[in-house]
Design a protein around this ligand. Structure first.
Ligand SMILES: [Zn+2]
Length: 354
């Protein structure tokens, strides 16, 4: 055995002892990678030993080579289970870190709440259902014929002025965003024969300056009843009952003469203020009355327009401002709060109403 061979044998023994000792101390996957690189990698100690075989006399190479290869196999075999164990520890640690703690309280799901306008609308629909009125819905984009002509509002009437009406189409047939829910009067009567009892909740639009009590978009509830012998007393009784259902059994209503082209006679109607019991307060602007909307007996021209005979049947119609009712019911002092989509207002409201 040559000196070089002795040296190589000693080196093999040194590397074996050192490598196996250090293998015992590996604690992490990073340690394992480092160990593998130090001993078995392309520049590792065992690799260098194998490369050093070329320095030996030719006849000594096979024995030394076997010894070095044996070391390589031995260390590879010893490293395998250690490396596997440390790799599993990494996975286990990650599983622990990523684990869902099922003992934590769950996150409350975000549940939407009905908009105040929707709540009031639903309440009104229920009240009118008890009084025999069916809810119908119509298009928000209307023709001038239904929005104006069939409601006895001729072309020269001020309500058709461009300053009030938002026009969708100015060429050809007049197309507008409906300025009230009243177009459904004619649409309903064209479809049905008396007796007719419908309400029409929905949005309407007017081109006007906005402030705390005016919005260019608002929500109305139209009502229409047509039958034989319908009188003003039926109108008053109906609105009286609605006011009591909405604001309590003590409420009274007031009619005052007003003009709307599609009714004759026409009235505005108010309910006595539930907050001050009619004595006068900030909400009713110290009048004791809260304005609810307009009403009246259906104009004979409107009945004729849909083919009804005003000598045979009569009817009443009314329009309620749903925004106004919601403001009163919930103490909202700015109508714009309903449509400006401020999630804080809606959330507060949802929590308050439940
Ligand atoms: Zn009042």
């Amino acid at each position: 055995m040559s000196t070089a061979q002795h040296g190589l044998a000693a080196d093999i023994e040194t590397v074996r002892t050192e490598a196996l000792d250090r293998l015992e101390t590996l604690a992490t996957a990073a340690n394992a990678t480092e160990w593998e690189s130090n001993y078995l990698g392309p520049r590792g100690r065992v690799t260098l030993l194998l490369r050093g075989l070329g320095q030996l006399p030719k006849e000594e190479r096979p024995i030394a080579g076997r010894a070095a290869q044996q070391l390589r196999n031995e260390l590879t075999d010893a490293f395998g289970p250690v490396n596997e164990r440390l790799a599993l520890e990494v996975i286990a640690a990650r599983l622990v870190a990523d684990a869902v703690d099922i003992s934590l309280p769950g996150r409350k799901p975000t549940i939407g709440a009905a908009h105040p306008i929707s709540i009031v609308t639903a309440e009104l629909v229920d009240i009118f259902a008890l009084l025999g009125f069916q809810a119908v819905f119509g298009p928000e984009v209307e023709t001038g014929r239904y929005n104006f002509d069939l409601l006895n509002i001729p072309a020269e009437h001020p309500a058709r002025d461009v300053w009030d009406t938002i026009h969708v189409e100015t060429q050809g047939e007049e197309i507008v965003l409906r300025t009230h829910t009243s177009p459904m009067q004619a649409r309903t009567m064209e479809r049905l024969q008396p007796p007719v009892r419908v309400i029409v909740p929905g949005r309407a639009f007017r081109f006007e300056a906005q402030d705390a009590s005016h919005e260019w978009q608002f929500t109305q509830l139209e009502g229409l009843a047509v039958d034989r012998n319908i009188t003003m007393a039926d109108l008053k009784g109906t609105l009286q009952e609605v006011a009591r259902q909405l604001f309590g059994p003590e409420r009274r209503i007031r009619f005052r003469c007003d003009f709307f082209p599609f009714v004759e006679p026409g009235v505005d109607f108010a309910v006595d203020c539930a907050i001050c019991d009619g004595k006068g307060c900030r909400v009713c602007k110290h009048t004791g009355w809260l304005e609810m909307g307009g009403a009246g007996m259906v104009h004979p021209n409107v009945l004729r327009g849909v083919g009804y005979d005003p000598d045979e049947v009569s009817g009443f119609a009314f329009g309620l401002g749903i925004d106004r009712i919601a403001m009163m019911k919930y103490g909202v002092d700015d109508v714009r709060a309903f449509a400006n989509n401020d999630i804080r207002f809606l959330r507060d409201f949802a929590e308050a109403v439940g």
